[in-house]
Design a protein around this ligand. Structure first.
Ligand code: HEM
Length: 514
């Protein structure tokens, strides 16, 4: 049962947790153990026995709050084992996830997004009020009760329209991906030498160079020139340390972009313009921090490749097929269409997202719905925990390769070449029947609109490094570069909220081949 029901603040256990955590600074693990033992475990047992609890019994926490006072990593690990997911129990969970993430007016994401706009994105009260009063929904047709709302006051639909018309369209994301590949190649050239070995701290390098290149591709390069240290401010924001300087820096970029942009000129109709970046860049500002997902995922994939030289060579042989030679310039270029069809690379991408994406997808009940006999009333908050779906042993486990571990070949199968009469077999990506168990980008009207670009960005980064560099592992270090004798693990502070970055850096040496 990967559907987690959360009531609003005010349930008894929640009050207990918040009051005691604040007043007597009880260690987080103790509070967690108490919450799990006294409330959650009995509820889980009961729910397995199919006796619907009353709403006042529902699992008592609110993710934002418990993230700060409880040990969410330990809680989720406990939940995975306590639920004992597998077989028919989990297939019920998958249906619940699909129900929750579907295109429905009964279960919606808007109240959660308003909380995010207010707490993370510094929306003015006026703008917040516009979104809060628009009940017409995100879809093209307004909800029945809002049919008279004029189009220009359908703010949610406006945002959704930009996502679907610009962010997810291949025309724009491919243009942005091309720009990204150019910027990233320039970064790589500046941090390596042809035919000579250079030392690099991989995570530190990827954090700077990928963020720099993605920002330049998304918003145009001027944001970086106008704001020295923009990427550092972004990471400080990501740590929720200094978010005001980051918003101020973005504001400076917007002011300058608006001052320089010629709305009547040819740029107004182009796919990519240097002041605004792509047409999607402007509207993507409010969710820019989500770009942080691509960098941890790419870093983990690179860690796996560097740790395993045989896998590195296998991937290199595959990705070289995605390069084409430009007939006019003689330069080698990546064919993005070919890239997204390479089975091993896709399996590694899927596997990295499966293992390291940890987000509690959140929705609110808008009209009463009945789920497996549980009546969920308006205002109840629902969470689908990606980790429960992604780490389910029955769905993902293979002999010698438990679901909790990365395995590059997990999503591949050999398909006979019979139709071509050539004999033998080819490798193909195999995800049949697993879509409900793999939700790194969420679903429904709120599904991540950056997913097309994100995939291109991640795959391009992996291909460029693997094809053009010889790489040797040197040592694991702490994030500040100091020595350490253990390998990287998920940084527990990100569990439940995003793609989880590694808690350690990898020192390596690399040599650029071309
Ligand atoms: C590996 C990379 C990424 C992952 C795993 C990821 C994941 C997600 C998830 C899980 C959501 C919430 C979906 C839901 O509630 O159903 C989301 C929302 C969003 N993402 Fe991404 N994301 C990634 C990259 C990106 C990029 C590169 C962009 C922008 C270019 C982006 C823009 C957004 C936006 C705008 C939303 C909010 C959608 C809304 O208004 O509801 N994401 N993302």
């Amino acid at each position: 049962m990967a559907l987690n029901v959360v009531t609003a603040l005010g349930t008894t256990a929640m009050e207990f947790i918040t009051r005691h955590a604040a007043a007597i600074a009880v260690p987080a693990t103790l509070i967690l153990a108490l919450a799990v033992m006294t409330t959650i475990i009995p509820l889980l047992r009961r729910s397995q026995g199919k006796q619907p609890p009353s709403l006042s019994d529902t699992i008592p926490f609110v993710s934002n709050t418990y993230q700060y006072i409880l040990n969410l990593e330990a809680f989720l690990a406990r939940a995975v084992s306590a639920w004992g997911l597998g077989g028919s129990t989990f297939s019920a969970g998958v249906q619940n996830i699909q129900l929750m993430l579907g295109q429905s007016n009964d279960i919606v994401s808007e109240p959660f997004m308003i909380m995010v706009f207010q707490n993370m994105w510094n929306f003015t009260p006026e703008d917040l009020a516009k979104f809060a009063t628009d009940k017409s929904g995100r879809l093209q047709h307004p909800r029945v009760e809002s049919e008279t709302v004029p189009d220009r006051q359908r703010y949610w639909h406006g945002v959704h329209h930009i996502y679907s018309e610009y962010m997810t369209k291949a025309r724009y994301s491919s243009r942005m991906a091309d720009k990204y590949a150019d910027f990233f190649s320039t970064q790589l050239a500046a941090h390596s030498t042809l035919d000579e070995w250079t030392s690099v701290s991989l995570f530190g390098f990827v954090k700077q160079s990928m963020a720099h290149s993605a920002v330049a591709a998304l918003l145009g390069p001027h944001v970086l020139g106008l704001n020295p240290g923009y990427v550092d401010k972004f990471w400080a924001f990501d740590d929720i340390v200094m978010y005001i300087p980051f918003h101020a820096a973005t504001g400076r970029y917007l002011d300058a972009a608006l001052a320089h942009f010629d709305w009547d000129g040819p740029e107004a109709a182009s796919d990519w313009e240097e002041h605004f970046g792509s047409a999607q860049g402007f509207m993507s500002l409010i969710v820019f921090a989500l770009n942080a997902n691509t960098i941890p995922i790419t870093t983990w994939a690179l860690y796996e490749l560097v740790k395993d030289p045989a896998l590195f060579q296998e991937v290199r042989a595959e990705v070289l097929q995605a390069y084409i030679v430009d007939a006019t310039t003689g330069e080698r270029k990546i064919d993005v269409q070919k890239l997204t069809a390479l089975p091993l690379l896709q399996s590694i991408y899927t596997e990295t997202l499966r293992v390291h994406m940890s987000l509690n997808l959140t929705r609110e009940v808008n009209n009463t719905v009945v789920v497996e006999g549980y009546s969920l009333k308006k205002g109840a908050v629902l969470q689908a925990i990606t980790q429960l779906a992604h780490l389910d042993e029955a769905t993902w486990g293979r002999e010698g390769h438990p679901a909790s571990e990365f395995w590059a070949h997990r999503h591949l199968k050999h398909v006979p070449r019979l139709e071509k009469g050539e004999g033998g077999s080819v490798l193909e990506l195999f995800m049949a029947g697993k879509s409900g168990s793999f939700v790194p980008f969420g679903g429904g009207p709120s599904i991540c609109p950056g997913r097309v670009f994100a995939k291109q960005e991640i795959l391009l980064t992996l291909v460029i490094v693997v094809a053009r560099f010889d790489v040797e592992f040197v040592a694991w270090t702490k994030l500040d570069g100091s020595p350490l004798d253990r390998s990287a693990r998920d940084d527990a502070t990100y569990i439940g909220s995003a793609a989880v970055p590694p808690d350690r850096d990898m020192k390596l040496r690399w040599k650029r081949l071309w």
